[in-house]
Design a protein around this ligand. Sequence first.
Ligand SMILES: [Zn+2]
Ligand SMILES: [Zn+2]
Length: 444
Amino acid sequence: MPCFVRLAAALTLAATFSRPSLAQSTLDAQLPGLIDTYKTLHQHPELSHHEDWTAAYVAAALRKLGFTVTEHIGKYSDGTTADGLVATLANGPGPRLLLRTELDALPVAEKTNLPYASTVTTKNDAGQQVGVMHACGHDLHITTILGTAQQLVAQKSKWHGTLMLVGQPAEELGDGARAMLTDHVYDRFGRPDFVLAEHDVSDIAAGKVGVVSGPFKSSATSVDVVMRGIGGHGAKPEQTKDPVLMAGEFLVMLQSIVSRQNSPQQPAVITVGHIVGGTKRNIIPDEVRMELTMRSFDDGQRDAMIAGIKRIANGIAMAAGVPEDRMPLVTTSPTEYTPVTLNDAALADKFRAVAKAALGPQNLVETKPSMASEDFGEWALADHSVPIFCFWLGASDPAKVAESERTGVPLPATHSPTFAPIPEPALRAGITAMTAMSLALLNK
Ligand SMILES: [Zn+2]
Ligand SMILES: [Zn+2]
């Protein structure tokens, strides 16, 4: 090959490799604005059930992009209206893709010392003054969805179908998705063919994404147990049925559900996080109240664990000779419940291929299921007939993740007052992965 031809070929090759794709150059141009959006959202966190400002902000941004937006969607169990929103963009016949972001923040006083840290305080529903912070990173999710919307509008010729963006309130209380679905989101705006979301995480470096097939997050069930007895003088136990002793026995026996009744192949957790009973050392109270949280990946297993809790509580009361009308009360909360999040295996596989190509194989991490919970699983419906998929979005400084892996000391996780995502690489990876996945699912 003559020298000049070789040179020309080398230059062409160099140009091919160094020229950013159209999508990448659009994203580069949009990132500064998106980082401003992230910081604005970060400085305006709102508690669950009070997301009015955030919902209006997202609605305005999506209307600007040409979406048709409906606000105030969702009915809570107490009859109040939720701050849910649905934004649709029709682009010819084709599949319907739902992208979901949460809108709410947490009652946490921020301690990151970042220049854009939240200083917001408010009264919670119990009337206490609390700090408010996007400590779960839902501000990162909102910005990713807005950035993805920009990308998909700019690349409209590359896809067909309908985009349906959902701003969901009250994820932290677990009743936001249910409130929106109870308000007939799928009947009113169309049942999606696929539902996508992301969640940020502290133990993956910003710039990377994580994937898991099947169980992604466990179900969470809130159980209240009241061990009832017969109170009396602390010096005359023979005249009482002591619920403090029964509660102690119950706490120990409870551990046998996960260790002895469950299959070791099926992970589960039962934690008693709150216990209260009695007023004074020399009085045997007439009841002890306990609040439990229970996690599992299987609804049959969940039901068996609830039955086990009732059996143990009743058995202990019977052994203590508690009269029939003072037997324990075991109740599960109908509102504080989130179903299991099962990532559709085909969507997870597609995401692996798409994210590898878009971000590079070194930026895709295989992860394990989490015993934390969230209400994203509601969007699959109770019969899991709508395929859903949520990926992990790395949020932390890569050097700190490496240090944490070396020392074994975990980084401040979501819900911590010092949780501090690195916005630029996290947003870049999140928007790139979500846009690429959306284009793959709405491919012409
Ligand atoms: Zn959270
Ligand atoms: Zn969250």
